[in-house]
Design a protein around this ligand. Structure first.
Ligand SMILES: Cc1cc2nc3c(=O)[nH]c(=O)nc-3n(C[C@H](O)[C@H](O)[C@H](O)COP(=O)(O)O)c2cc1C
Length: 188
């Protein structure tokens, strides 16, 4: 079964991304087409990009980069669960992307974004530019959650409307299709 990594990209103390990612992880397990792993960038704990060489050379000097490379290498597909900060992507996500190169290439990526009125869509549009530079394929189908905090209860459980559950399943279906196609591109 293809390996899906769900990236929880928000790293700040008190973040609300964790309940959103937990909800999406359940959706992914319910979908059943992927072997699912949740990767928390707060736990990965990357410093601001500090490798002397361009990542395409894979001459990594730091253990944190080698560990991050090993993590991303085992994925066949990704879903980035992302907030929007100042109409753009969170720096934690951009930084995590910049660290590596070939590890991302020829793999599809879907987005779950959350925020105010725009539902994090500006962060997603910005990140799509970056992922295409890394030869990833961003999904057109996505999960965009406006005013997301109204779906989080006092216990930090995130329970969105059925339309969001349906959007998650639609995106996962499309993601699996691209995952199968892009595996061919990664063959030697
Ligand atoms: C630095 C900062 C900038 C923000 N900018 C936006 C924004 O541009 N659009 C938006 O919808 N929400 C914005 N917000 C509000 C976030 O949607 C909200 O704080 C959300 O909980 C952030 O996700 P997180 O809790 O997982 O970090 C911003 C929040 C922070 C901390």
């Amino acid at each position: 079964m293809p390996h899906l990594q769900i990236l929880l990209t928000s790293t700040r103390p008190g973040r609300k991304g964790a309940p959103v990612a937990a909800w999406f992880e359940r959706q992914a397990r319910q979908h059943g087409g992927f072997d699912v792993e949740l990767v928390d960038l707060q736990a990965v704990n990357l410093p601001l990009f500090d490798e002397p060489e361009h990542p395409r050379f894979r001459k990594y000097q730091h253990d944190h980069t080698k560990a991050w490379s090993a993590t991303v290498s085992r994925a066949d597909a990704f879903v980035f669960v992302t907030p929007e900060y100042n109409f753009s992507a969170p720096p934690s996500l951009v930084n995590a992307l910049d660290y590596l190169s070939a590890e991302w290439a020829y793999k599809p990526v879907g987005f779950v974004s959350y925020g105010g009125v725009a539902g994090g869509t500006r962060a997603v549009q910005m990140t799509k530019l970056t992922v295409t530079a890394l030869k990833m394929m961003p999904m057109a189908e996505g999960v965009f959650i406006p005013f997301f905090s109204k779906y989080i209860d006092a216990n930090d459980a995130f329970t969105p409307e059925d339309t969001q559950n349906a959007a998650a399943q639609t995106m996962l279906k499309e993601l699996l299709r691209w995952t199968k196609a892009m595996a061919v591109l990664r063959q030697a």
